[in-house]
Write a protein that binds this ligand. Structure first.
Ligand code: TNX
Length: 547
């Protein structure tokens, strides 16, 4: 019997059949790519070719990796499902995808079955045979939305590192990259008609080091943005890996970088918006958009360019953490409340969101926003990212809105993963690998009809305290492996999670992450180079009840 140690765990994997011979890939192995499988064949050749040094030429035959799109697999497992077998006498491996995505996920499984060295970028044992277990896998995802949010505003992520993260997501069968492109601390997407958004808004002179209460500053200027071509490249690279990129333009809060670029976007009757700069510290910022028609037109212009670049059905408009103080003080905002008849400041927030909900719907897209968009009434068709626990998600789903579950209590990967004194710059609660593994995206007690509105789940990577790739790696891994299993793998019965079994499979997975060059948090704690205690983070033991 061979143990396959797959992560995320497949629906079924039957190992140890008694067919003669030993399945393996070697110099004779070819890629037999049926119609519609060419992209995955290219991916396999580039990835496995690099790791193994094998030629993997085109062709059919008994030593082939046979790739097919199969209507039967589609019927049984859906377009993201697949069937993989090393027991077929006519090929070394067959992968039948329900659709191109399913085929690609099957190819990811093949890579795992070849062992951790198959994740290297150059062969460590040229000329070797690559043994495979004798196995038949049937698999499909539990959820259609298996997401990761990357906050590129607080700290900019270079395009190359976004592409690398897309590869790492695909290796974990995750399929939505939610790019948090704008915030108080930086605007990260080129908008041709408003060049100051990046000319001014993408740069800050210094950054708070650590928690917002820390007295330390990093005086190195920080910034960066993606050009339109960068975005096209990211979106295309993602699409080849069956990952959808969902852009977020956060409004009407989290907008200081935009206001620093175009001061008339802010509440200029109560603050000197012309004196605002891109924010250099963390927390909830009072400088929010002014509720004017001009501001709506401006953001329509932004979103027109966003829609040109991102084909995703969903477009995220934020809606979170919008303090209402300036609107309370502003005579102009108060006059708007009266003129629009929206009652109060919460009404203004929902006026913003409803406007863009209609605007996006008119263009064949769908709005998604943080659960605060429920306040003041949510437009029909809008979907919710439930981050403040289950509560917003439950309310939205029971009201018939689609929901992505991403509660901060469970899947905020900026939170520390251990209570130890050597953990780097803690934010919020302790969220261990096992805590993430135990997360259940469908809240118990949700009605069956409402549960169907849970599109899936998402882990969020906010980067206030992650100023480079190694810090992101440390926070994201290994917990993303646990999250991937939560998002992909069906449970034998509700609540029935085998944490022990998962941690045992992780032993193999750590070797895969090593081969990929991921700077994960080792199970025994941070390495000397990863230790960075202090900076005033307050560790809070966890996990608290999820509400
Ligand atoms: C809350 S989650 C935020 C982010 C922060 C994060 C830090 C959400 C919608 N807003 O702006 O980065 O907490 O954990």
């Amino acid at each position: 019997m061979t143990d396959t140690d797959l992560i995320p765990a497949p629906l079924t994997a039957r190992t140890g059949g008694d067919a003669p011979g030993r399945p393996s890939l070697d110099e004779r192995t070819t890629l037999d790519a049926g119609p519609g499988t060419e992209a995955t064949a290219r991916w396999l050749r580039s990835v496995l070719g690099a790791a193994t040094g094998l030629p993997l030429a085109d062709g059919a035959g008994p030593h082939a990796v046979r790739l097919r799109i199969s209507p039967e697999t589609a019927r049984e497992h859906g377009p993201e499902g697949y069937r993989l077998s090393t027991e077929d006498p006519e090929a070394a491996v067959t992968i039948d995808g329900g659709g191109p995505a399913g085929l690609f996920w099957g190819a990811q499984t093949l890579r795992q079955l070849l062992g951790p060295d198959a994740f290297r970028r150059a062969p460590v044992r040229p000329g070797a045979e690559w043994d495979l277990p004798r196995v038949t896998v049937a698999d499909r995802p539990r959820f259609g939305w298996r997401g990761l949010l990357l906050d590129v505003s607080r700290h900019f992520t270079a395009k190359e590192d976004v592409l690398r993260l897309l590869d790492l997501m695909a290796a974990h069968k995750l399929n939505v990259l939610h790019l948090h492109l704008t915030d108080d601390q930086g605007w990260r997407i080129e908008i041709e008609r408003y060049p100051r958004l990046t000319g001014v808004g993408a740069w800050r002179s210094r950054s708070k080091q650590g928690h917002r209460a820390s007295p330390l500053w990093d005086d190195t200027p920080h910034g960066g943005f993606y050009t339109r071509d960068d975005i096209r490249e990211i979106v295309a690279y993602a699409a080849e890996r069956h990952v959808t990129v969902v852009p977020e333009i956060d409004l009407p809060g989290h907008s200081q970088a935009a206001i620093a670029a175009y001061p008339w976007l802010g509440n200029a009757d109560v603050v000197d918006t012309a004196a605002l700069t891109v924010w250099d510290t963390w927390g909830v910022n009072p400088n929010v958009l002014a509720p004017t028609e001009e501001v709506l037109r401006f953001y329509e212009g932004v979103l027109e360019e966003v829609l040109e670049l991102f084909p995703s059905t969903f477009v995220h408009v934020g809606g979170d953490e919008c303090p209402k103080d300036q609107w309370k003080e502003s005579p102009a905002a108060q006059a708007r409340i009266a003129e629009l008849g929206v009652g109060d400041e919460d009404g203004l927030q929902s006026w913003f969101i409803r406007h863009f909900d209609r605007w996006l719907a008119d263009r064949g897209r769908r709005l998604i926003g943080w659960d605060e968009i429920l306040e003041g009434g949510l437009a029909e068709g809008a979907a919710v990212s439930s981050w403040r626990g289950y509560r917003g998600g439950i309310a939205a789903a029971e009201a018939g809105h689609d929901v992505v579950m991403c509660p901060e209590q469970q899947v905020y990967l900026d939170h520390r993963q251990d209570g130890g004194p050597d953990e780097p710059v803690p934010i919020g609660f302790v969220r261990t690998l096992s805590d993430v593994y135990r997360f259940e995206p469908v809240p118990p007690g949700l009605s069956e009809a409402a549960a169907r509105h849970v599109l899936g789940t998402q882990a969020n990577v906010w980067t206030e305290v992650m100023e480079n790739r190694d810090r992101v790696d440390y926070q994201v891994f290994p917990r993303l492996a646990a999250f991937a299993e939560v998002a992909w793998s069906a449970l034998p019965a509700p609540g029935d999670r085998d944490t022990e079994g998962f941690l045992r499979r992780m032993e193999t997975h750590y070797r895969r992450l090593d081969a990929l060059g991921v700077a994960y948090r080792p199970p025994a704690g941070p390495t000397p180079g990863q230790r960075r205690p202090g900076l005033l983070g307050r560790p809070i033991d966890g996990p608290p009840p999820i509400v």
